[in-house]
Design a protein around this ligand. Structure first.
Ligand code: NAD
Length: 305
């Protein structure tokens, strides 16, 4: 719906859902949780990040994660390995980190070089340190509706919806994209909150016939301008997870933002929407892991008192 203000300019109908603002607010609260942990005598939360190879985008993501950790009081250590690293060496590093009491979260930055057995890498991470939530145990827990490590990007989307007061119960949710890291866990997390969920993917015939039904549309396909205004129901909430770099260097999402913002009730921008929330939820998962470790430690100490 197009609205004109007093000067005749077209106003956006949609509220812009600001991920940066929510991320900043949550991170302030996280810093207090870290201080409380340390005040109780526990060691600060520790995150180990393993980066294999020289992928430029991965290096940027890792740097952002490390910076965010530092700003919150989380001790983060990055381990860089050459792209030629063997499976055994990488698995050995994970096993060592599993045994390190100062490390509460282990993250292996994906994608990994083709010769690395990704499934084995993810399953070698101790389940109580699996802050990305990609270990099969945690995937299974997500299916059962009680994971302790919700995968960070869909978790960030849930927090954005909650902060906007968007109730998902009974709503029609359509998710475009069915990957293991975004689309599938997103579907499970919203099903657990009693939404009616449909998942679309690259082989879906006539995408628009699904998206037009969505009260809440989550798009994570990696295709710029995939979602056009005529594919969106008036008054829908549109969450754009996509991050695409255009030939001129601009970063854009999967949604025609200017067009869809005339019709939707709420929309996330790219950048500044889901992106900042992903890193924020990694911090949350790491702090929560350290808090659980501290409770376990206290139980052990109490037994020996
Ligand atoms: P992926 O390539 O693993 O999966 C893409 C999914 O989209 C697949 O299920 C595919 O079938 C589907 N798809 C592709 N083209 C489609 C089309 N034309 N119509 C319908 N479905 C289509 O990607 P991913 O890792 O899930 O990431 C998706 C996007 O989200 C990418 O742009 C990625 O950069 C972005 N992403 C952003 C964040 C964040 O923090 N904001 C985090 C992870 C991924």
């Amino acid at each position: 719906m197009r609205k004109r203000n007093g000067s005749g300019e077209i106003e956006l109908a949609a509220k812009i859902i600001d991920g940066r603002k929510l991320a900043a607010k949550l991170r302030e609260a996280f810093a207090l949780r870290v201080q409380a942990l340390e005040a109780s005598g526990a060691c600060p939360p520790g995150l180990a990040v393993i980066l294999v190879g020289e992928d430029a985008a991965s290096a940027v993501y890792v740097r952002n994660k490390i910076r965010a950790c530092e700003a919150t009081g989380i001790k983060s250590v990055s381990h860089r390995l050459p792209s030629t690293v063997s499976n055994a060496e990488l698995l050995g590093m994970i096993v060592e980190l599993n045994a390190d009491a100062d490390v509460h979260g282990i993250l292996v930055q994906l994608p990994l070089p083709a010769h690395i057995d990704v499934a084995r890498v993810l399953e070698t991470i101790a389940i109580e340190k699996d802050v990305d939530g990609f270990h099969l145990y945690n995937v299974g827990a997500l299916v059962a509706g009680n994971t302790v490590f919700p995968p960070c990007t869909p978790y960030g989307v849930v927090k954005l919806l909650e902060s906007e007061g968007v109730s998902v119960e009974g709503q029609n949710v359509v998710i475009v994209g069915a990957s293991n890291i975004v689309g599938k866990p997103m579907a499970l997390m919203l099903m657990a909150r009693d939404a009616t969920v449909a998942i679309c993917h690259a082989k879906t015939r006539d995408l628009a016939q699904f998206t037009i039904l969505a009260d809440i549309l989550v798009v994570a396909a990696g295709v710029p301008n995939l979602i056009l205004p005529q594919m969106v129901k008036t008054g829908a909430i549109v969450i754009d997870v996509g991050i695409n770099r255009l030939p001129d260097g601009t970063i854009t999402g999967d949604v025609d933002f200017a067009g869809v913002a005339q019709k939707a009730a709420g929309i996330t921008p790219v950048p500044g929407g889901v992106g900042p929330m992903t890193v924020t939820m990694l911090l949350e998962n790491t702090i929560a892991s350290a808090e659980r470790a501290s409770v376990r430690q206290r139980l052990v100490e109490a037994r020996h008192d």
